[in-house]
Design a protein around this ligand. Sequence first.
Ligand SMILES: Nc1ncnc2c1ncn2[C@@H]1O[C@H](COP(=O)(O)OP(=O)(O)OP(=O)(O)O)[C@@H](O)[C@H]1O
Length: 313
Amino acid sequence: MDTAAVEVVDLVKRYGATTAVTGLSFTARRGAVTALLGPNGAGKTSTIEICEGFRVRDGGKVRVLGLDPVADAAALKPRVGVMPQSGGVPTGARAAEWLRLLASFHASPIEPRLLLERLGLTSVSSTPFRRLSGGQQQRLSLACAVVGRPELVFLDEPTAGLDPQARRATWDLVAALRTAGVAVILSTHHMEEAERLADHVVVIDRGAVVAQGSPAALTEDRREVCFQAAGPVDTESLGAALPAGSRVDATEAADGRREYVITTDDPADLGPEFLATVTAWCASAGLLAEDLRVRRRTLEDVFLELTGRELRD
Ligand SMILES: Nc1ncnc2c1ncn2[C@@H]1O[C@H](COP(=O)(O)OP(=O)(O)OP(=O)(O)O)[C@@H](O)[C@H]1O
């Protein structure tokens, strides 16, 4: 089926005088992972909770599996899994019991025991929710979101605060859901997570989409030239030798040496001639550029360029 699992068009959300979401649009496909990526307060949770039907929008259109998330909430409930940012499970509920209860509401649930095993929760299956560690609580919330074999799942920061093993188990489960044709929408601060898992990344800042596409498309043609030098480099002179819109930034490398990174406003400028100009300038300056290379910029580089902001956990 090629229809969109979620379609958001010109979404607006206000809290009093604050407009948290300012005309945001994206589409999430079935059998694909869509990552909403953005700094704190960007509007990711607001957007997800509107799609879940938990918050009411102030403008725009939202269709979830072709339905309205608020008006058609009852019809959507059995078809959509939700993992909220925190909790979602009663504090006294024991992991396995609670999961079995949720499973009983669905026609063909995933066997709770298998899910607990897969998420490393077997040893705490009879522990009340409030006694679980933060990471265990999060994994149980994830299990609750998927136990009913939903067509669509919303995961709000599913791996925040998880240790590497638990993060890996979560990633594996998300990948398996995708393979099974489920539409997964997740929010994350982790570039690596978005880069690894997502088919489509929606970069959000200040309530609006600043870029979207596959991780490969977002970083395509975004290259930079970098090299290290033992002595000082006249970055102004080097910059002047390069096409307009080029920048030379100096950073401290791990070993205390300086690394120089050259970027361009227009990706098309960074071709073979550009590299020749850099090496010619180095030769004229009597400089041996060590570890000289052209590298593809990471999603994180692109993100920082677009938003000018650091991501934080
Ligand atoms: N219930 C609320 N009342 C008032 N303001 C709110 C409310 N919920 C969110 N906001 C504000 O809306 C903006 C967007 O918040 P939201 O939680 O959607 O962002 P986010 O991208 O999910 O952030 P984070 O990564 O920190 O979870 C923020 O400025 C936040 O303070």
